[in-house]
Design a protein around this ligand. Structure first.
Ligand SMILES: [Zn+2]
Length: 292
């Protein structure tokens, strides 16, 4: 995976800006002030995935603090089943959203949401879109229907038309210390996922034994939930997924994967309740071992 090589990376300046991308986005969600056009820019697909999901949950959540992650609406987002969240279809070798798909989205955006108050459209690989598709999208970005959220995901916002950038807010979720931790969390989450499929319990004990730090454990559990959800969703569609999710979907039945999600949600609650970390690790290992 590429590391952000911005021209001005040598100076601390750009890093500071990038650092604040995540903070600004979290602040926007917290204060209920997310703009209707959001560009998420990062070299790290996991970061894009994480914050896209959080934004979708924020948009449809019925909890008090959005996104709560626990309500029915948040749950539907994390399993990829929310009727008001739409991910644009990708076409061709370059996996890009074409102008026809953008036109479909523009028409659909004016139809009222099904379950929540807001409709969300995710545009993956937005920076690869042809100018024609970007121009078609520009119209709806300029005059959006009410209660709409567009999330444009990309590795480089600079590849988007200036007219789009002037009507959207760019959040750079790029390389910094926080992201390095996320990478470590992703790695550990992958290890736990794979060890769930091993017959001997030692691997699982070893992997869960890395969760000695509370913040790290929280991030890892979040990443693990993403992996398990990915396994559940792609079990049905048999589409491409991460290596860890593939191991899970090939070895564990959907019903058991759902039980694992329940344990992980419980684990999140326990971490928030200041459980002793040694107790937490042995509890988690025992619970997961019972399920596998
Ligand atoms: Zn919620």
């Amino acid at each position: 995976m590429g590391i952000a090589q911005n021209n001005n990376n040598y100076f601390g300046v750009k890093k500071l800006e990038q650092n604040s991308g995540i903070q600004l986005l979290e602040k926007a969600m917290k204060s209920d002030r997310v703009p209707h056009g959001v560009v998420l820019e990062s070299d790290f697909p996991q970061l894009i995935k994480k914050y896209t999901e959080l934004l979708c949950q924020w948009a449809v959540c019925t909890g008090n603090v959005k996104p709560c992650g626990h309500c029915v609406q948040c749950g539907k987002v994390s399993t990829g089943n929310h009727p008001d969240v739409y991910t644009a279809k990708l076409y061709g070798k370059s996996q890009v959203v074409n102008v026809d798909e953008i036109r479909n989205i523009c028409a659909d955006a004016f139809v009222k949401p099904n379950e929540s108050n807001t409709k969300v459209y995710i545009i993956p690989n937005a920076d690869k879109m042809q100018p024609q598709a970007q121009n078609a999208f520009l119209k709806i970005l300029e005059e959006p229907p009410q209660n709409i959220l567009f999330i444009l995901c990309c590795t480089s916002a600079q590849q988007l038309l200036g007219t789009i950038l002037s009507r959207a807010t760019v959040y750079s979720l790029n390389q910094n210390n926080a992201d390095e931790n996320i990478n470590k969390s992703c790695e550990t989450a992958g290890e736990i996922a794979v060890s769930l499929c091993k017959t001997k319990g030692y691997e699982l004990l070893k992997a869960t034994g890395k969760l000695t730090d509370r913040a790290f454990a929280k991030e890892t559990i979040d990443q693990l939930i993403i992996i398990v959800n990915e396994a559940i969703v792609t079990k049905l569609t048999e589409t491409h997924c991460s290596a860890a999710a593939e191991v899970l979907r090939n070895n564990i039945a959907t019903v058991d994967l759902i039980k694992i999600i329940d344990i992980l949600n419980l684990a999140k609650a326990r971490l928030n309740s200041n459980i002793n970390m040694n107790l937490f690790m042995s509890w988690l290992c025992a619970e997961l071992r019972r399920q596998k």
